[in-house]
Ligand binder design. Structure first.
Ligand code: F6P
Length: 496
């Protein structure tokens, strides 16, 4: 069978350009790529449908068709969607109907529809609903991150840049939530990565009238997996040496000589305020015990000396770096913290192996993580983890049994957990081994791909079906200039 992944945001290419380094190339894209590859391994075919981009700064995404090396079963198909240059996901809404039109024509020319559309994120879900209408082929929907949950986290009515109106204007929440509601109502299956997503996030009043999180049998839990050939305790040695060199020169540049042999707390996430790097620096500032036993390693991408030269980073990252640098200055942490650039999943795996040798700990202190794929990767290599208690990490760590959870607003709690792991070898070994076992038992891309193949059979047989009479939002039928919906009264009344 052929499964089509409907994923307009970000992009895909054989070199994994920008993967996990840009907000629109996050865990969702790793998920789509890996499930598609695993389906092909099983003998199925997969199409990844995304945007065609003709932009000098994004040269990897210009071709109409592409493929991963050695994986003929997966096609990357790119279709025009609005202007030729790169657009962030918040600005795609007006162009989705054009994009869907190109996809429809492609498959009509091929003469055969895929067996299943699978829509990813609100934009992909809405396009999948349109494609179902055009083809009669059912679709599944995976939100990955729900708009109403993000809106609630960002909303601060007293701050003029975080009122409902300001956030709606900036992120187009009205269009996003309307798209999610239509995708949920019409999809044959709503896929979640965690049961927290189903039982907590889908309980939000913004979705209550389109799905019953407690009882609706259309839900399917399909957690992501980990590439265990890459994230393994033993390395293939492809970039081990260059990573060791990068770590050694960062330690020599930033860490006091007498501290260079200490273990590390490793942080690897985008420089985005939601990732809460500041909370981690504060944990070091507040805990003398933590400072005594470890250095802090913050991995950034593409910025070689981010703390001393924050202006070399792109504008949105500069803000995060400036706040880190001033906290480090104010709390006397220079000599204890290093930040340097590493890129790619090979490098992450090699760094985590270095960490395991040194008794290090991985920390993901985000204010909220929809899933938290990077935790799985660190755990798979054998690093014990301390993670935010908000979102997916609770489930990944089996409610704190396979890794420690802390409030992102309580640096003292993170600091205490980190110090405990770093100072007690038995505790370190306990969480290292439980974390790896948890990943091996629960999180595999092959298992996820099997679930998708099953869903394709069940929907084709008509065992699962959505409500095709639910109206699609008007804007998706219009040609630009499109009037996007603004947040409706029910959202205004029900969000905090
Ligand atoms: O990559 C994971 C993911 O949840 C994507 O689905 C999405 O692009 C991003 O992270 C979060 O998006 P948002 O901040 O718009 O909720």
């Amino acid at each position: 069978m052929r499964i089509a992944f409907v994923n307009p945001q970000g992009n895909f290419d054989p070199a994994d350009s920008h993967l996990t380094a840009h907000p629109d190339f996050g865990g969702q894209l790793v998920y789509v790529k890996q499930v598609a590859l695993a389906l092909a391994e099983m003998g199925h075919e997969a199409d990844i449908l995304t945007r065609q981009i003709a932009d000098e700064e994004w040269p990897q995404f210009a071709a109409a068709e592409d493929a991963y090396l050695g994986c003929p079963g997966v096609r990357i198909l790119r279709f025009p969607c609005g202007p030729p240059h790169f657009l962030p996901k918040e600005e795609l809404w007006s162009h989705l109907s054009e994009w869907v039109g190109h996809i429809e024509r492609w498959y009509r020319t091929e003469g055969v529809w895929p067996s299943l559309w699978t829509g990813h994120y609100a934009d992909g879900g809405l396009c999948a609903a349109l494609l179902e209408e055009l083809s009669g082929v059912p679709f599944t929907f995976a939100a990955h991150s729900l708009g109403a949950a993000k809106l609630d986290r960002l909303l601060h009515p007293d701050d003029p840049s975080h009122t409902l109106e300001a956030l709606d204007a900036r992120y187009n929440f009205g269009a996003r939530i309307a798209a999610e509601r239509a995708a949920v109502a019409r999809s044959a299956c709503v896929i979640t990565s965690t049961s927290h997503e189903r039982h907590k996030e889908y309980q939000h009043p913004a979705y209550l009238d389109v799905i019953n999180a407690g009882e609706d049998s259309r839900f399917a839990l399909i957690p992501p997996g980990v590439d265990l050939t890459l994230f393994a305790p033993e390395g293939k040695g492809l970039c081990e040496e260059s990573v060791l060199e990068a770590v050694a020169s960062a330690l020599a540049r930033d860490i006091l000589p007498e501290r260079r042999g200490l273990p590390a707390v490793i942080s690897w996430s985008r420089l985005d305020p939601t990732k809460n790097h500041l909370g981690l620096v504060r944990a070091f500032a507040e805990s003398a015990e933590l400072r005594e036993c470890a250095n802090l390693l913050i991995i950034t991408r593409g910025v070689p000396d981010p703390l001393r030269k924050p202006w070399t980073a792109p504008a949105p990252e500069q803000e995060v770096l400036l706040s880190l640098a001033s906290t480090i200055e104010d709390t006397g942490l220079w000599g204890t913290v290093t930040a340097f650039s590493l890129e790619g999943q090979d490098a992450a795996a090699a760094l985590y192996r270095w960490g395991v040798q040194r008794g290090a700990v991985f920390c993901l202190p985000s204010h909220h993580e929809p899933f938290g794929l990077s935790l799985l990767e660190a755990m798979a290599v054998g690093l014990p983890v301390v993670a935010t208690e908000n979102g997916g990490p609770r489930e990944i760590t089996d409610d704190g049994r396979a890794g420690l959870l802390a409030s992102p607003d309580d640096p003292a709690e993170s600091g205490a957990h980190l110090a405990r792991l770093l100072n007690d070898q038995e505790t370190w070994r306990h969480y290292s081994s439980l974390g790896r076992s948890r990943v091996l038992e629960q999180y595999s891309w092959t298992r996820a791909a099997h679930s998708y193949a099953e869903l394709a059979m069940e929907t084709a047989a008509g065992w699962r079906a959505g409500d095709r009479s639910y109206p699609l939002p008007e804007f998706v039928r219009q040609t630009p200039p499109v009037k996007l919906p603004r947040l409706a009264g029910w959202v205004r009344a029900t969000t905090r």
